[in-house]
Design a binder for this molecule. Sequence first.
Ligand code: OGA
Ligand code: MN
Length: 288
Amino acid sequence: MSHLDVEPLNAGFGALIKGLDLTTELSDEDVEAIREAIDTYSLLCFPEQPMTDEAHLAFTRRLGEPEAEHVTLGKTGKVVWFGTVGNVADDGSRQDSAHVRTRYQRGNEMWHSDSSFRRLPSFVSITHAYEVPGEGGGTCFASMRNAYAGLPADVQATIDPLHVIHDYVFSRSQVAPVDPAHAASLPPIEHRLVRKNPRNGLKSYYVGSHARSIVGWSGIESRRLLDDLLRRATAPEDTYTHRWRAGDTVIWDNRCLLHRGAGYDADRWRRRMRQTRVAGAGPTLEEP
Ligand code: OGA
Ligand code: MN
């Protein structure tokens, strides 16, 4: 068993891990314990981290290959490892609710799994909170692993072999126009609808706002199934809302969790979080 101080949340998933400073050089044993905790709990919160971008990226590399942030990559071809979540510009100014970046981020208020629209979707996101609103600004999480486990056996058998198309332009053009070069860089991608954790064999389904259709099914039938799976996973009593404190570093498992921003008043508060993502082990269609 892990030597980490792991305190499970009472949400059916998630854990608080105290007493570990992620900005120091971690031992291989610590990193392995974190990997194991990701597979077990799906969501890990490490409070009071004295984080910097440099330490954040170094820690990210301990968990795998960092993912190039897709917006900058799609628009300009440049590789950057960080995304900024919230309404604070690089120069430190606050961007209000009408600002294009703030509006664009409203797309994150739909349930999603980060980078599910990429051929190599994200394994985990690692997010550090630097500035948090005095009110609102939480992030809600839901477990598609727990939801899969709660499905009737006949529904599990129906969905197990299916493939699902995830499509960024489909989901995000609902909230704001997608830059043409960005859109062209993200063609629709086919994934397994049901994925299995390689360590513990637990299955989860893989839906969210980017999930557009089921391969071989009509639009209406696809929508009905995808909406039903999303609704089952995100029943309010089964979700956990993380209320950020400055200094929190949170890791979430995009293979089996959904998340969404709960919203906040961007005209009143500053919210600044930095995020890296670790790329998945391979295309989901090649997962065993
Ligand atoms: C994210 C995300 C929503 C929010 O950080 O990937 O979707 O605003 N965040 O909390
Ligand atoms: Mn997200």
